[in-house]
Design a protein around this ligand. Structure first.
Ligand code: ZN
Length: 242
């Protein structure tokens, strides 16, 4: 009898133990899948990358890597280097992600720029909310960095920091470097050489035509008008091998 009771207890323990393990696993899986549906991100592995993909069929709010859908852009992702106003590298690697609707508008604007002999060069695109916190830690001043609690349109995948380059990659003179904080960078500063005003005008007018609006104090920053109500995102891109 004692042996039978002992075996009974052992069997009971094994069943309960197994069930507990199983339940924990299911819970973990459901938490992970909840995280996954937060932001839909399409990642095309560079090693498998053969031809440029089409954006047709994706939801407007899906995140994509712009270079997978157009070869027409230039990039100088400053926050993946120390060549920025923070003097600090806050991205592990240089990538330009945006939501699909932002990517579509950028590609349309760039098609028009290319007809004029220019193309868009990116300084910054989507910025994970965790990186916004990192930047706020370095410069906790809302004049220069958006408060991460409220977030920036960059965190929503709807803002880009850009300039124009010729098709050979030569930068147009916009009067200041990217992230120059001062009157010389203001859109309403007309006290600048005509060539600089003309360069800013072609950038602004074309971007506005394709659904972007600017902010008065930064000639390089453009927000997609329909991005204001999108959610702040925090996915971090993988640094894939070439
Ligand atoms: Zn910006």
């Amino acid at each position: 009898m004692k042996v039978e009771r002992y075996l009974g207890c052992l069997l009971f323990f094994l069943i309960v133990g197994c069930n507990e393990h199983k339940t924990k696993k299911v819970n973990t899986e459901s938490v992970n899948s909840q995280l996954e549906i937060k932001d839909t991100v399409v990642v095309v592995k560079k090693k498998q990358f053969k031809a440029l993909k089409s954006l047709a069929g994706y939801a407007d709010t899906t995140f994509v890597r712009l270079a997978d859908y157009s070869a027409g852009f230039a990039y100088d992702m400053r926050y993946a280097t120390e060549n920025n106003f923070l003097k600090s590298k806050v991205y592990d690697c240089a990538e330009c992600y945006t939501r699909v609707k932002t990517a579509k508008a950028l590609i349309a604007a760039n098609t028009e720029f290319i007809q004029k002999g220019y193309k868009i060069k990116f300084y910054d695109c989507y910025r994970p909310n965790s990186v916004q916190y990192k930047m706020w830690e370095i410069v906790p001043n809302p004049q220069y960095v958006a408060n991460p609690v409220k977030g920036s349109i960059h965190n929503k995948g709807g803002a880009v920091d850009i300039t124009l380059v010729t098709l050979d990659g030569v930068e147009l003179d916009m009067g200041t470097d990217f992230d120059f904080f001062g009157k010389r960078a203001y859109h309403d500063n007309m006290d600048l050489p005509q060539q600089i005003l003309d360069n800013r005008k072609v950038l602004k007018e074309t971007m506005e035509k394709h659904g972007f609006w600017s902010i008065r104090t930064e000639w390089w920053h453009y927000n997609l008008a329909t991005a204001s109500n999108d959610r702040i995102a925090n996915f971090k891109w993988d640094c894939l091998d070439e």
